[in-house]
Design a binder for this molecule. Structure first.
Ligand SMILES: O=C(O)CCC(=O)C(=O)O
Length: 266
């Protein structure tokens, strides 16, 4: 899948684009079911909220076939190859839960700030491309983005080890206020199957989810191969060290898998 001129311009100017209906209900259904199955597992890659509710399943592409196919899917890999002008590898892979009633906040941050400080990534030539697995409403903890904030480079941040179960380099309120004055605030919402792509320096965060509606989103963090990380300090399943370029699968690979999966369940 290639991005249009208009999408590329919006990405440059605003730092994000949203593409509705990128994956079909059949393709999303298998990922959704497998996501719930992984959340019930007891494994080290499964990060939980302080309540015990699921927060993030790291590296699911390495131990789950459906998420493995998604991690090589051309509808996600090709747009990033197009933007970076070179092959990409998987830096990080997360299935974020934002569980019903218990999903906790993600404080305001820039992803590249963390990749640079914690993993030794040289340049912001990596970014998240994400797939909505549940419907994202304005009220179940949508991702909030500050448009144009990617133009400010890496901003000063503090290492927040206490607000949630997951350590993050976060921005102070004054900085967020200044950036929102300039760029406003958006919270893309939409049906399962929508794809959201945003710049590694775009400031973003999300509030807690106190509704009965879970909000699962898969995030592939794809890094340009030449920008491989130089100084990893985190576990391999959080910041991967296999820098081999991803070879995209066939466009219908997930659909074929979903059909077999549905037949097996009958
Ligand atoms: O899933 C969310 O709400 C936020 C995730 C996020 O900001 C991140 O993974 O960097």
């Amino acid at each position: 899948m290639k991005l249009t001129e208009e999408q590329l311009n919006q990405f440059d100017e605003e730092g994000w684009i949203f593409i509705p209906d990128c994956f079909t209900p059949e393709e999303v259904a298998v990922l959704n079911a497998e996501g719930e199955r992984i959340y019930a597992e007891d494994r080290e890659e499964m990060w939980r909220e302080t309540t015990g509710a699921p927060r993030t399943a790291f590296a699911a592409h390495l131990y789950n076939e459906a998420f493995g196919i998604l991690g090589r899917h051309p509808r996600l890999i090709e747009p990033l190859e197009q933007v970076f002008g070179e092959p990409v590898y998987m830096h990080q892979y997360k299935v974020n839960a934002k569980a019903k009633f218990d999903g906790d906040v993600w404080q305001w941050h820039q992803d590249f700030g963390t990749w640079h400080r914690d993993d030794g990534m040289p340049e912001p030539r990596a970014m998240n491309i994400s797939v909505f697995l549940d419907e994202v409403f304005p009220f179940n903890g949508p991702l909030m983005l500050i448009p144009k904030s990617h133009k400010h480079g890496v901003l000063a941040a503090g290492h927040d080890l206490t607000t949630t179960s997951y350590p993050l380099w976060t921005l102070d309120q004054e900085t967020v206020e200044r950036l929102v004055d300039e760029g406003g605030l958006v919270a893309p919402t939409g049906k399962p199957g929508g794809v959201l792509m945003f710049h590694g320096n775009l400031v973003h965060g999300s509030a807690g989810n106190i509704t009965p509606f879970p909000r699962k989103i898969v995030y592939l963090t794809l890094n340009a191969v030449s920008n491989y990380i130089r100084n990893p300090t985190r576990k391999e399943w959080i910041a991967h060290q296999d820098f081999a370029p991803i070879k995209p699968c066939e466009d219908d690979a997930l659909l074929k898998y979903a059909k077999t999966y549905a037949q097996a369940a009958e």
